[in-house]
Structures are given as structure tokens and as C-alpha cells.
Ligand binder design. Structure first.
Ligand code: SAM
Length: 214
């Protein structure tokens, strides 16, 4: 069990989504074989839906890994979005850049190598959609920067916010994860209680929060 939904529900929903047939399928296989964490299938579909609905011109992603979600978002935007993605692991950056080039997304996706916090501090511009998918223990630290970089009508989508259910109940918490869990609870409190923001938290995948300004 994922700690969030029942296995039968996950299997059913994944069955409805089905297998992808394009480059995303190859990237999913690579991620599985090499134990690279990428966005879960249902969360990927949600992301695709949100991009297709919101039609963002500029997207910021925290956590590139092998470039899977960046390519997914670029495809969902029909190539009409410029995506900036931040990744600190040099090896991941090189794999992501190879994939981006191999599948011809060079002019749409730019990867910046470095720690999110350091890069965010220096980053300018306004983004219509920000996908937070790096450094689970640091979402609260990224948030002020993301809000500064968020366009007036922009949305922030944060992944893994329920962290295998641990965020919702102490019964599931593993000792070595306690700091991340506490920090994620703080993050969810902040985005849920800030009167200037409106947030919805969806128990899908590993837990997704969607936040915008009121
Ligand atoms: C869950 S993976 C991203 C998956 C990707 N968004 C996808 O779905 O295809 C998280 C990535 O964030 C990177 N990361 C973690 N903490 C980071 C930080 N503080 N700054 C930059 N990258 C970070 C990790 O190296 C890892 O590759």
C-alpha cells in the first residue's frame, strides 16, 4: 500500500491511464530500471491535465531528474511553454540534457544545475506554473521564492506532500524520516492557512498540493 490510497484503487486508476507509447514510455522504463524517482503515473496525468488547462507560457520546475516531467509538461503544452528546470545532481543534469536533446526539446526546456535554494535566490521573471518536486524537506524554504516568481494568476503544484501517508499520521512515520515529515506538515500548514493563498490537497500519487493567490 502507498499509505495514501489502496492498491486496488491505484491499479484501477493506472489501468485507465494505460501505457504511454512515446518517448515518455522509454523514460519511464529507464527510471524504473535505474531506480530514478519520477512523478507517479496518476500525478503525471494530473500535471498533464493542469498544463493543458492552464496553458502556461512559462513553467518553473524544481527537480529535473532525467527530464521526464519536464518533457511531459512540454508535450502537454504543445510546445507553447518555456520550461526552466533546476537540478543539483550533475549526473542527472547530464542524463536530462541528453534526453532533452535526443527527443528535440532543446528550444523548450532549459536545465539549470545547482541547489534550488541558491538558484531560486538569483532567478527573475514570472512563471505561470511552478512544479515543486525536489528536496521534500525544503518546500517551506522554496515557497517565498516561488511566490515571488509566481505570475499573478499562476499556480504552484507541489508533489509528494503526503509522503507515503506519513504526513497525515504518526502511525506510518519512519524514525529517519521524521524531520522531512515535520517540515512537510509545516509547509502544508503554511499554504493552507495563509489568508492570501488558496490551496487544495489531493490524496493522489504521493499527495499533491495546488496553490494559487486568492
Ligand atoms: C523526484 S525527483 C524529480 C523527478 C522529476 N520531476 C520527474 O518527475 O521526472 C527529485 C530530484 O530533485 C533533485 N533535488 C533534490 N533536492 C534538490 C535541491 N535542493 N536542489 C536541486 N535539486 C534537488 C534530486 O537530485 C532529484 O533528481
Amino acid at each position: 500500500m502507498s499509505g495514501i490510497t489502496h492498491d486496488y484503487m491505484e491499479e484501477y486508476l493506472r489501468g485507465l491511464i494505460g501505457d504511454r507509447e512515446d518517448e515518455l514510455y522509454e523514460l519511464e522504463k529507464y527510471a524504473e530500471e535505474n531506480a530514478v524517482p519520477i512523478v507517479q503515473k496518476e500525478a503525471g496525468k494530473f500535471l498533464e491535465f493542469m498544463v493543458s488547462m492552464k496553458k502556461p507560457k512559462k513553467i518553473l520546475e524544481l527537480g529535473t531528474a532525467i527530464g521526464y516531467s519536464a518533457i511531459l509538461m512540454s508535450k502537454a503544452a504543445n510546445g507553447n511553454a518555456d520550461i526552466t528546470s533546476i537540478e543539483r545532481d550533475e549526473n542527472m543534469v547530464s542524463i536530462a540534457e541528453n534526453n532533452i536533446s535526443k527527443y528535440n526539446f532543446n528550444d523548450k526546456i532549459k536545465v539549470i544545475q545547482g541547489d534550488c535554494l541558491e538558484i531560486l535566490e538569483k532567478l527573475d521573471g514570472k512563471f505561470d506554473l511552478i512544479f515543486m518536486d525536489a528536496g521534500k524537506g525544503h518546500y517551506n524554504h522554496f515557497l517565498p521564492h516561488c511566490l515571488r516568481l509566481l505570475a499573478e494568476e499562476g499556480i504552484i503544484i507541489s508533489d509528494n506532500v503526503l509522503f507515503r501517508g506519513m504526513v497525515a499520521t504518526n502511525d506510518l512515520v519512519k524514525r529517519r524520516k521524521i524531520t522531512i515529515v515535520k517540515r512537510m506538515r509545516d509547509y502544508l500548514e503554511t499554504i493552507s492557512k495563509d489568508k492570501d493563498l488558496i490551496t487544495t490537497i489531493i490524496p493522489m500519487g504521493d499527495g499533491i498540493a495546488v496553490t494559487k493567490r486568492r
